[in-house]
Design a protein around this ligand. Structure first.
Ligand SMILES: [Ca+2]
Ligand SMILES: [Ca+2]
Ligand SMILES: [Ca+2]
Ligand SMILES: [Ca+2]
Length: 294
């Protein structure tokens, strides 16, 4: 039956050019030929769209007060209608996530979807499912999903490495790459210290507190502001971080990048006040909230 349909379709298509030229001759004398008929559809779109999840990279655990965003690309060989993203809570209730305009260039075949998910007070704790749907103009739909474990108010019950990883800070600061190079590391520290992104002005007390909280360095601002203009130029930050040797010391396997694990261990070592090799919530909670969960 299907073959018969195809034969008929082919026959019609072959017949069309001849018909066209005859029709054109017929309508030339007409002063108002009307809208030109649409060309016959030569194929049906039965191919599903494709989805690429840029992040979250992995199914993971995040604090409700941490950073988590969803970023997805989808494309279709004909024409994409839309990307839809839902977050399903542990009870199975689904809510649609609204897209945030990013200005990323799109065309009929490609679309991008970006939205921050966390921090969000409305999100409860528990295992959630992130559901991504891409639909084309012929209603072909592709669905991908991944699980995200959201921790509501459990910071004080977490071991340090889990707490650090759950902030989402590493992913957020590192453009969702799995290894952080020195440029991203310095920029990440700079954005912790310079909370006003528009200029170099800085809360000098915060720099001094950072010095004390990360290795007991007193009066760090005095050392860092080498040109004494009360601003932190990026070059001063780079020089200051080089002197502290954090990147060098924390890069345990010496591959010139920091993994999230290396970063957590490096920070943890500085925050283990009583040096018992365990970073307890009373040792890390205030600092984690202050520097990595602002
Ligand atoms: Ca398609
Ligand atoms: Ca300066
Ligand atoms: Ca490394
Ligand atoms: Ca300790």
């Amino acid at each position: 039956m299907k073959n018969l349909y195809l034969l008929v379709l082919c026959a019609c298509l072959l017949a069309f050019p001849a018909c066209d030229s005859e029709d054109e001759q017929d309508i030339i004398p007409n002063s108002n030929p009307g809208p030109k008929p649409l060309p016959p559809s030569t194929s049906v779109d039965s191919i599903d769209p494709q989805i690429e999840i840029l992040y979250p990279l992995l199914e993971g655990t995040y604090l409700r007060i941490g950073n988590l965003a969803v970023n997805v690309n989808a494309w279709d060989e004909k024409q994409l209608k839309e990307i839809r993203v839902f977050l399903e809570d542990p009870s199975g209730t689904r809510r649609k996530i609204n897209e945030v305009f990013t200005g990323i260039e799109e065309d009929p075949k490609h679309q991008n979807f970006f939205a921050p998910l966390l921090p969000n007070n409305a999100v409860t704790g528990g295992v959630h499912t992130l559901i991504i749907e891409a639909e084309d103009m012929q209603k072909n739909i592709t669905v991908k999903s991944l699980r995200v474990h959201i921790l509501a108010d459990k910071l004080s019950e977490l071991d340090f490495n889990t707490a650090f990883a759950s902030t989402g800070w590493f992913e957020w600061s590192n453009n969702y790459e799995t290894a952080m190079n020195i440029l991203f590391f310095n920029e990440a520290i700079y954005s912790i210290l310079n909370q006003n992104n528009w200029d170099y002005s800085i809360d000098t007390t915060l720099v001094n507190e950072f010095g004390l909280d990360f290795g007991g360095h007193s009066q760090l601002w005095k050392k860092w502001d080498t040109n004494k203009n009360d601003h932190l130029e990026y070059s001063e930050l780079e020089k200051g971080m080089q002197d502290l040797k954090f990147f060098e010391d924390w890069d345990k396997n010496k591959d010139n990048v920091l993994s999230e694990q290396e970063l957590a261990e490096g920070v943890g070592k500085l925050w283990d006040v009583n040096k018992d090799n365990v970073v307890t919530p009373d040792e890390y909670e205030r600092k984690l909230l202050k520097y990595f969960l602002p």
